[in-house]
Ligand binder design. Structure first.
Ligand code: P6P
Length: 332
């Protein structure tokens, strides 16, 4: 027994081996490789203001957004780590237009594929707002030994075997689920170890909403009516609710996951299908939300039931406390 009062990520993985997927160590190696990349990214994020790593890397991603150097660094770190795990045969990432195939010997037989947003909220890097890495893990559906194909990545979110995020904030946390609840680890920088800090995260009923109200005029009428409901004075129901919006999905979601609340990103004038991407933002966050007792909807259907049509597909996204999603759906 170690003398350190916390369980580290690697100790937890080894102890929980039997509960995790095929328990042959595949997920353990993926999670371990993710932890290594997260520490590398965290080191850069924490020093972003001090090193010449801010500002556009000169390239743009498929969304036409300037790629900040940290985006590119995070993408490279994570791809390198997943490759090194030997358990992943390919990755779909916001920073790459097409799927990234790992065709070297070690990975050709790998069973898993990963969809990820290496550094979400990166437009906030320069102003020191919390940002995050979001990941989603699936079993491939094409035969092992062959090259992964697009259909391995266009699976419904309900087929995820694991999903999670790393939030680089006042502390750096790894939060994930393998379908048996939501677990949180906090990085102890003095040790360089992720330590178990939230063994079973559950989202309470919410009295808080998160939305960019600058897009109000473009919102669907049902969303407008829901917002008015949140803002009405009804003391016996603790209304008006609180409004909190950071503009960084992982930060807004993490607060609501722990304290209760609803995050809304409806369709807007500039994003008629919503802004958030189904594969590597909405699906992993939806899996976590549901595993913590919450819900996630596109306004029309459960997010995890949507059959993706393209890698960078966007959907309207509503997620958080079940009581607030249910109320929103009454208005929609
Ligand atoms: P808006 C960050 O760029 C991001 O993709 C998410 O992290 C965040 O929730 C959303 O966009 C914020 O968008 O239009 O409110 O700035």
């Amino acid at each position: 027994m170690n003398s350190y009062p916390f369980t580290t990520l690697i100790e937890f993985i080894i102890a929980k081996q039997a509960d995790i997927m095929e328990a042959k160590g595949e997920f353990s190696r993926i999670l371990y490789s993710l932890g290594v990349a997260a520490k590398m990214i965290n080191k850069k994020v924490n020093k972003a203001g001090l090193v010449d790593i801010l500002g556009a890397a000169g390239s743009t991603n498929i969304q036409g957004e300037d790629q900040k150097k940290l985006d590119v660094f995070a993408d490279e770190q994570l791809i390198g780590s997943f490759k090194a795990s030997g358990e992943v045969c390919g990755v779909a990432t916001e920073e790459n237009d097409e799927i990234v195939v790992f065709d070297h010997e070690m990975s050709k037989d790998a069973k898993y594929i990963i969809c990820m947003d290496p550094l979400d909220g990166s437009s906030n890097i320069d102003v020191n707002v919390s940002i995050g890495t979001i990941f989603s893990i699936y079993r491939r559906i094409t035969p092992r030994g062959s090259k992964p194909e697009l259909k391995d990545f266009l699976q419904k979110g309900s087929r995820q075997v694991a999903a999670g995020y790393i939030i680089y904030g006042s502390s750096t946390m790894l939060v994930y689920t393998t379908g048996n609840g939501v677990i949180g680890f906090t990085l102890d920088p003095s040790l360089g170890e992720f330590c178990l800090s939230h063994p079973a995260i559950k989202t309470p009923p919410g009295e808080l909403y998160s939305i960019n109200e600058g897009n109000y005029l473009a919102f669907p009428e049902g969303v407008k009516r829901f917002l008015k409901y949140c803002q009405e004075k009804k003391e016996d129901e603790n209304r008006p609710y609180t409004s909190r919006y950071i503009g960084s999905l992982v930060a807004d979601f993490h607060r609501n996951l722990l304290k209760g609340g609803i995050f809304l990103y409806p369709q807007t004038l500039s994003n008629p299908n919503g802004k958030l991407r189904l594969l590597y933002e909405c699906n992993p966050i939806a899996f976590i939300a549901e595993q913590a007792g919450g819900k996630a909807s596109s306004g029309k259907t459960r997010v995890l039931d949507i059959l993706p049509e393209s890698l960078h597909q966007r959907v309207p996204f509503y997620t958080g406390s079940a009581n607030l999603i249910d109320k929103l759906e009454e208005f929609l």
